[in-house]
Ligand binder design. Structure first.
Ligand code: GLP
Length: 261
């Protein structure tokens, strides 16, 4: 796991945007796995800026989002389809037909989950998967104790996640308790993973993900198995790491082609 510590969330997001932009430039028809939540917002703003000012071209890019709430139509302002349209897709030149998000309103959710996996395979697999991190160590909506080999499926959200995400719904009762999410196995199949986690509330989960044992109780720890996972944290979310000097040493001694900035 490549651990990169930056001063704050802003510089961490700019770095994440550079990593994605480089990938898009090198492989214009790449398949990106995307995430929602507060964490990647600044990264998406930077991608939009790069599209506008530097001609970063998304016309041949395909995307697959990690997850979607069950029961929320695309028109609902808290659906992840709505989030992606408002915060990224409508500002860049991506073909909407190439953007995929699980359909949480499908009549047959099981079929939708299996079809989502098939669509990823048909697109050639995910080249780079962007991830955020839940305070309880979840990635996508893979909550603690779920299988580390799971595929896209319907998950029950934990009480912690309901608490963390319900403010935007107005109340806890207004928030769906179920979501479709790529499984941990689906995420690990991506050729590259890029996880961002910032701020003091994420410190414990960051420490468990990077330095804790590989354990289903911290789903993000599964990234320890990934051959090419990059984790970008800031001083605050990295504050509980025991080996931060080691990560900084590695970062400072990278070969020129291993650097992002
Ligand atoms: C949400 C999403 C995750 C996201 C995480 C952190 O519930 N399902 O994909 O990474 O929780 O959210 P935030 O970035 O808002 O802290």
């Amino acid at each position: 796991m490549e651990v990169i510590i930056r001063k704050d969330a802003d510089t961490g997001c700019l770095l994440g945007a550079r990593i994605i932009a480089r990938y898009v430039r090198e492989k214009p028809n790449c398949v990106l796995g995307l995430a929602t939540g507060r964490t990647p917002l600044r990264l998406y703003q930077e991608l939009i800026r790069m599209h506008r000012d530097e001609g970063l071209d998304f016309s041949r890019v395909t995307t697959f989002n990690l997850d979607e709430y069950v029961g929320l139509p695309a028109t609902h302002d808290q659906s992840y389809r709505y989030f992606m349209r408002e915060n990224l897709f409508r500002h860049i030149n991506i073909d909407p037909a190439n953007t995929h998000i699980p359909d949480g309103t499908a009549a047959d959710l099981h079929t939708e989950c299996r079809a989502y996996e098939e669509r990823i395979i048909a697109a050639g697999g995910i080249d780079l998967q962007l991830l955020g991190l839940g305070r309880n160590g979840h990635i996508g909506f893979n909550e603690p104790s779920g299988s580390l080999r799971s595929r896209t499926w319907i998950k029950i959200l934990s009480e912690q996640t309901l608490q963390d995400n319900s403010d935007v719904f107005g109340s806890r009762s207004a928030m769906p308790r179920h979501a479709i999410t790529m499984g941990i196995g689906t995420i690990l199949d991506a050729r590259r993973c890029l996880l961002l986690a910032f701020g003091p509330p994420k410190a414990r989960a960051v420490e468990r993900m990077i330095e804790g044992p590989l354990a289903a109780i911290c789903p993000a720890s599964a990234l320890q198995l990934h051959p090419r996972a990059t984790v970008v944290v800031d001083e605050a979310s990295g504050s509980a790491l025991q080996f931060s000097d080691h990560y900084r040493w590695i970062d400072a001694n990278k070969l020129p082609w291993q650097r992002y900035d």
